[in-house]
Design a protein around this ligand. Sequence first.
Ligand SMILES: [Zn+2]
Ligand SMILES: [Zn+2]
Length: 457
Amino acid sequence: MKGSTKFCPECGINLNNLSKETSNQNKVEAESANSVFETEEPVIQKTTRDLGTRLEESVERIFKDRGYQTTRGQKIRGQSGQYNEIDVVAKRGSILLAIECKNYTEDRKVGIKEIRDFISKLDDLNINKGLFVTSSDFSSDAAGFANNNPSSKQVDLWNGSEFMEQYKKVMLGRTDSKLSIVENSLQPRGTFDDYSILTLKNKDRIITRRRDLIFHPYFIVEFNLREQFKTPDRQIHTLQNSGSYFVDGLSGEILYRNDDNGNASYDLDSMEKQIVKDLIDLSPTTIEVRHEPNSSVSKLDPSLNKKDIEFRVKTTIVNENTKIIPYEVKVSRERTDVKKFRHSPNINAITTRSRMIYVPKMEIEFESKANDYSRIILPASDVIMKDDIADCRHKLGLEKRHTFAVCEVCGMAKCEKDILVDDKDVCYCKDHAPTELKEAAKGESLADKFKRFRFGK
Ligand SMILES: [Zn+2]
Ligand SMILES: [Zn+2]
């Protein structure tokens, strides 16, 4: 350790890069637990509008870090003649991305209408790729519609947790240590190289732009609840329950519960489902991280501290263990009424013990001409959660097909049916193939067949 550079003895992360973030983060934590994604500057007043603007700023920052040029609040005239406002427009070379930001409170989800409106905007502006970012979450309808929309637009979604992940990673800066250790992490099964493999015919036309390994914090909060209470008829009851809650350490969202009453998931997307499964099935260990060329490794601190996480869990336990208990009241000598008593456990009757576990997540970004593709892997269970370059984008209703090659003009990855290959082995999509090649692929035209039929040889 030399000069002024400080490295955390635990993980090797440069503390100079971190200090700015953590000191302000503490301020924000002290102010309010709601403003989880604001880690940069102290916030004076946090109206929804302020936060909305800051969400856009933060998103802009993430894309600048990825080499994009960005513009905020740009009004662009569409094919309809109407002007559409795009929260953030990100451009890199010939890649164009329209980003919509919705700053909602935790309990309000982005619905199908907002996604539909965004896709019509993309349609009107003739932009092929969009990203929808929210500080909260997406309804499952909204997510389904984004994945399989009638315009076959590529619409990526970032919920609060994913946004935080990206933002924190940028704030942390690129780690430059050669080797670092992460304690209490699930073990990745493969390396960057294992997950960067492409099988397309002209894979030399594809650049691997970015490879990130992120250690995302989760909490497992074990609890015990035991309490005795009396109903108004002086009957003594015992309330007892124990189990554990799984919480996302970045968003503070409760993902899963397992207690004496059974288990329950809290509206999870496919990635969260897999993460919960991995947290149940796999055990954490201390892992060594190798920094490979053209890659970055980030270990993210939780946004909420252990105390706040446990408080959230306890509040949820109180709600979920609130019971209505019938009891009898003697009204007269002959008659008894059944009344209802509502009992909520005392929060102090709950004891908790929590541990933090890191789940590794890998993101690889490929680029070819005007198109970029992301691949997201959960290496602890070896599952590929998203792979934009794997399937040809077809209109709704057409079956998905594996991609065969990228068009060497536009970079679009297409299936074998949609790619034309010339005699020099150059691949084209149907929009960009030279006319002769298209003609040759069509074979004999109908007119030619007709002529032959009529006049013979
Ligand atoms: Zn093309
Ligand atoms: Zn196709």
